[in-house]
Design a protein around this ligand. Structure first.
Ligand SMILES: Nc1ncnc2c1ncn2[C@@H]1O[C@H](COP(=O)(O)OP(=O)(O)OP(=O)(O)O)[C@@H](O)[C@H]1O
Ligand SMILES: [Mg+2]
Length: 378
């Protein structure tokens, strides 16, 4: 039995989508799979219609230290489909960390439970929450392999260092070192931007990068809303083909020499081919020359009275979140440093909720709302 944790503290990078669909693809090869939903948000449970099970049968009840509530792992397993079972989650799971506060070796709780439960599975897949607390720590300790989904957006590598630090901490504490594999997700074939980010991520992770790339595919979203895996939703979709490729790559990495024939044709694209004007992500030399094209850009604005300032642009999908927040420096100035590949970008600052152009940059273009965006060449 092998345990795979799908982890990254970054929200929305494709953890749950990966956990559900790599589980379904492995189950379709005849292997028996148990998916553990270790996220109090319970997205995997909702995404597989496993959230309407008895309220006292969830991963919370397996982990809790309260003897009146605690249950065995096998009593909390629900069937998803042939060869594919789940231990669902509930919001109560968010309270379990508190129960273990101060307890020596609390991060080994799940590992101990899995080691002592005789389970009839080939793979256990754990969907982690977007944080690096007690739950993710437990998943990493229990895992033989950690898949780190990395989506193709700016700032995507911020925070991954902390996850790697956590794995290192486990290695020094208990001598356990799971295999780390990085998976490129939400890859948009139509833009060179995804190619560029992928080049940066590959240059950072080298051999730890999986060959399989998960492309943007609407079937992955639609499958979740239908409550099924993408394999059951549409096995000919790009999403099904990519996750089938991930399943076969996982088997190969686990030493299965010739995994059985896929039930769908193999994906036409695993690694993007070199094209005119695009950067290859295949060869080390290209990665090196590519890396030189990444520039650190400092977005700066003067706002002595500002309380919260963000920079949003087409390099970060115009998202306003912690990753796009500027820090106050000195003399009323605010800054955010971002590594960006060569290209032309539109952006704006958001100062206490008000969108504003960069007053120090006179390059501007009219946008679809009829106002102006600042424009920058890197
Ligand atoms: N390859 C893809 N193509 C299109 N949509 C995708 C793809 N992967 C994920 N999504 C969608 O992106 C959103 C976020 O994905 P997902 O829930 O898997 O991320 P997550 O890392 O688990 O998020 P969280 O950190 O909140 O747990 C979902 O709406 C999902 O359907
Ligand atoms: Mg999730």
């Amino acid at each position: 039995m092998k345990t795979i944790a799908v982890a990254n503290q970054k929200g929305g990078c494709g953890k749950t989508t990966t956990a559900i669909n790599v589980s379904a693809a492995l189950a379709a090869t005849g292997r028996r799979i148990l998916l553990i939903d270790l996220d109090p948000q319970s997205h995997a449970s909702f995404g597989l219609r496993a959230s309407n099970l008895p309220a006292d049968k969830s991963i919370y009840h397996v982990l809790t230290s309260n003897p009146e509530k605690r249950r065995s792992l096998d009593s909390c397993i629900a069937k998803v489909s042939h060869n594919f079972d789940i231990v669902p989650s509930t919001i109560q799971l968010s309270t379990v960390e508190q129960e273990f506060k101060g307890k020596e070796d609390a991060f080994s709780e799940l590992y101990r439970i899995l080691s002592f439960s005789p389970l009839p599975y080939d793979y256990i897949v754990i969907d982690c929450p977007p944080s690096l607390g007690f739950l993710t720590f437990n998943a990493l300790r229990a895992a033989d392999q950690v898949i780190i989904p990395v989506d193709m957006s700016a700032f995507t590598l911020m925070g991954v260092g902390k996850l790697l630090g956590m794995v290192e901490l486990i290695r020094t504490k208990v001598g356990h070192a799971p295999r780390l594999n990085v998976l490129a997700t939400l890859f948009d074939l139509r833009t060179t931007y995804s190619q560029s980010v992928l080049g940066e991520v590959k240059a950072f992770f080298g051999d730890q990068m999986l060959e399989t790339i998960i492309r943007l595919n609407v079937s992955l979203k639609r499958a979740v809303s239908e409550g099924v895996s993408v394999i059951d939703f549409d096995k000919t979709s790009k999403g099904a083909r990519d996750y089938t490729a991930l399943c076969y790559e996982t088997l190969r990495l686990d030493g299965v020499e010739e995994p059985e024939k896929p039930f769908v044709s193999p994906p036409s694209i695993q690694v993007p081919e070199r094209q005119e004007g695009m950067l290859s992500v295949k060869k080390k030399e290209d990665e090196k020359s590519f890396k030189l094209e990444i520039r650190e850009v400092t977005f700066a604005i003067e706002s002595p009275g500002g309380k919260e300032i963000y920079v949003a642009g087409d390099f970060n999908d115009w998202k306003i979140n912690d990753e796009s927040k500027l820090s106050r420096v000195e003399n009323g100035c605010w800054e955010k440093r971002v590594s960006l590949p060569h290209g032309r970008y539109r952006y704006k600052f958001v100062v206490d909720g008000e969108w504003t152009v960069d007053l120090k940059n006179l390059a501007r273009e009219i946008n679809s709302f009829g106002s102006f965006d600042s424009v920058m060449e890197v």
